[in-house]
Design a protein around this ligand. Structure first.
Ligand code: URA
Length: 242
């Protein structure tokens, strides 16, 4: 693929702007400054350096963001900045969008992609991708509450009960909840339905993906193994109480 076309596909601007970046000496490969926007390069495993930063070629973008509190997942946020502001301009230009939403005050693992089919697949309740939440509760969690969450609770917008796929009381005020759907404010509403209250919420797992220890809140990384994101392999959590 021509270099200008590669840069365009990665979100670096119009074809003309991308050619301009090459002429301006802003793009290199393996230490060699590229000067011809029409030069053909194989895209497989390609890592360009653009304005001094490595940019691995991705035909479709899938990234994992460690969402901090105080950011909204909406493209048109009302009260707080959008999570999109945490991503570099080329990813925003490519139109990546969150796969499902986390509330403004929820932290943790958020996936974003430009692939509409993947968004549909991973947010569809049919697909049963497990999402694990670390829930800080206001009141001590009782065995009965754990049992109720596993058996199913009815939320105000739907008569069919929603149930946790797994529910583990990690500490008196810390619950680990696995859900396979993603209804609006689902964790908060489920905890309210069992007369408790969410004080803090962190998503620690999506499919088989977890947040690497060195990825600080606000940082993002490429996900190269898409199968991991959509894995339905359940984590080992059981309905246990300490
Ligand atoms: N459930 C909630 O209540 N909020 C979130 O952000 C995610 C799941």
């Amino acid at each position: 693929m021509k270099i200008s076309q590669i840069l365009f596909s990665q979100g670096f601007g119009t074809r003309r702007a991308c050619a301009g970046m090459v002429y301006a000496g802003l793009v290199s490969l393996g230490g060699r400054e590229l000067d011809d926007p029409d030069e053909d390069l194989p895209t497989e495993g390609l890592v360009l350096t653009v304005e001094g930063k490595p940019w691995p070629f991705h035909g479709k973008a899938l990234v994992l963001l460690h969402k901090p509190a105080g950011y909204e997942c909406s493209q048109k946020p009302k009260h707080h900045p959008s999570v999109m502001t945490l991503l570099p301009p080329p990813l925003r230009q490519r139109g990546v969008q969150p796969i499902g939403r986390l509330d403004e005050d929820t932290t943790g693992l958020l996936l974003l992609t430009e692939d509409g089919g993947l968004i549909h697949k991973l947010t569809s309740p049919k697909h049963h991708v497990p999402k694990v939440y670390e829930v800080g509760c206001k009141h001590p969690i009782s065995n009965e509450q754990v049992a109720q969450l596993l058996a199913g609770v009815v939320l105000d917008d739907d008569p069919s009960p929603v149930r946790a796929a797994a529910c583990e009381r990690v500490a008196e005020l810390h619950l680990r909840l696995t859900l396979t759907e993603g209804k609006y404010h689902q964790v908060k509403r489920m905890l309210a339905a069992v007369s408790n209250r969410v004080e803090s919420l962190h998503r620690s797992r999506f499919g088989a993906l977890t947040i690497p220890e060195n990825l600080a809140p606000g940082q993002w990384m490429w996900v190269d193994d898409w199968a991991l994101a959509s894995s339905t392999v359940m984590p080992t959590a059981q309905a246990t109480t300490p």
